[in-house]
Design a protein around this ligand. Structure first.
Ligand code: SME
Length: 158
């Protein structure tokens, strides 16, 4: 089946999210497989939002995160609980917005070009099963709108 993606190039961030969310809903429809769904979400967000890096880290054995589907440059494969922005978002079970990665104690740098970051925990049955991590090559690139719309996208996961 061919999958199409409509991208609004000259639009605000909010307009882009609002256009992509129904398209993601369509892509996820009838598909229960987590990896397939995360892979499509990463692809839509990378292309549709023009993010520098977007991907998922998944909880393994309660102690660490392992790299899941992503789009962008190669990244670190394992992150311990409580480490870096991803491991901290998992431990605290809350979204973390980092305006300047150099000012986040313990930030794990996978690319020197990454300047700001947002990480949202993904919960299933009240348990964190992984995180969504989005990196930007610009400082202060994420805000409450990203938190809101990325959260809505994660809520689409079956
Ligand atoms: N910066 C993250 C590591 C993952 S990369 O950004 C892709 C962190 O501190 O957890």
């Amino acid at each position: 089946m061919a999958e199409n993606l409509t991208i609004l190039h000259n639009a605000t961030k909010e307009e882009k999210y609002k256009s992509l969310i129904p398209q993601i809903r369509g892509l996820l429809l009838g598909e229960e497989n987590l990896i397939a769904n995360l892979a499509n979400i990463a692809a839509v967000l990378k292309e549709g939002m023009d993010f520098f890096w977007v991907g998922f880290y998944l909880v393994v054995a309660e102690v660490e995160l392992i790299l899941g589907p992503f789009q962008g440059l190669p990244a670190c494969t394992r992150i311990k609980k409580g480490k870096g922005v991803c491991g901290t978002a998992w431990q605290k079970e809350e979204t973390i917005i980092v305006p300047n990665v150099d000012e986040f104690p313990g930030h794990i740098s996978c690319s020197g070009a990454s300047k700001s970051e947002i990480v949202l925990p993904i919960k299933k049955d009240d348990k964190v099963i992984g995180v969504l991590d989005v990196d930007s090559d610009k400082l202060n690139d994420f805000d409450k709108f990203d938190q809101k719309y990325l959260g809505q996208i994660l809520d689409l996961l079956p």
